[in-house]
Design a protein. Structure first.
Length: 229
């Protein structure tokens, strides 16, 4: 089962689509290539593969798995995804040490009664923004610290609309996740400047229309903080 968002954009995992513990997993096609955004916990990999097969012909490869951050509900299934599709795993350089060492506390795997297996990262992003050419399109990573030190959001233009893969816009913030409240508030304000038409969030679904996107983002701004963006 999958959810259509645009002709070449789908939600293929998360909640009822794969397993209850999974954050949302999005699939975007850009002509001859595709990318997957996040990988869930990995407990329903066969279901994820079945959902992807409903969207992509076998001739269209998944070139990259784009991780938004290191937390287990987004990354626990990453090794299985790479094993199935041969894609390169992308993460921010600040998140890579916790993934590559298998840190079950910072990745929050322990919150799920699991442990994080060491996950080698193929591409470690350390510039902001970081554009990537994919098929006939482009997707751009933006550093978005606060929820975790190396959280990323991704933007792409699809069907003349700016799509924002924001994932954990809502947080939460917790010391064991190395969260930073000041960085988070700055990052929330930064999201407004990206002027997205569609927001694909990690746990609250998809928001369409600039005003609905901005309303959702603004709901996480601290009281007393204003923005003209």
């Amino acid at each position: 089962m999958k959810t259509d968002i645009l002709p070449n954009l789908w939600q293929v995992g998360g909640g009822d689509l794969t397993a209850p513990g999974d954050a949302a997993i999005y699939l975007a096609r850009f002509g001859s290539s595709a990318v997957l955004i996040d990988a869930g916990c990995g407990t329903a990999h066969a279901g994820l593969v079945a959902n992807i097969s409903q969207c992509l012909p076998e001739t269209v490869p998944i070139e990259y798995l784009l991780l938004t951050h290191c937390h287990f509900d987004h990354t626990g299934g990453a090794a299985a995804v790479r094993g199935t599709y041969g894609c390169k795993i992308v993460a921010h350089a600040l998140e890579a040490p916790y993934l590559e060492s298998g840190d079950s506390d910072v990745t929050a795997a322990s919150w799920y009664g699991a442990w994080m297996r060491p996950l080698p990262i193929d591409i470690k992003i350390n510039t902001d923004p970081y554009p990537m050419e994919i098929g006939n399109g482009r997707i751009t990573a933006h550093h978005w610290p606060g929820h975790s030190p190396g959280s990323l959001v991704y933007t792409a233009e699809m069907d003349d609309q700016v799509v924002l893969f924001g994932q954990d816009v809502h947080g939460p913030l917790h010391p064991s996740l190395l969260s930073d409240a000041a960085d988070y508030q700055a990052s929330v304000r930064k999201l407004l400047t990206l002027d997205a038409d569609i927001l694909c969030e990690g746990h609250f679904g998809v928001y369409s229309g600039k005003e609905d996107v901005r309303r959702f983002i603004r709901s996480f701004m601290a009281a007393g903080i204003t923005s003209d963006a």
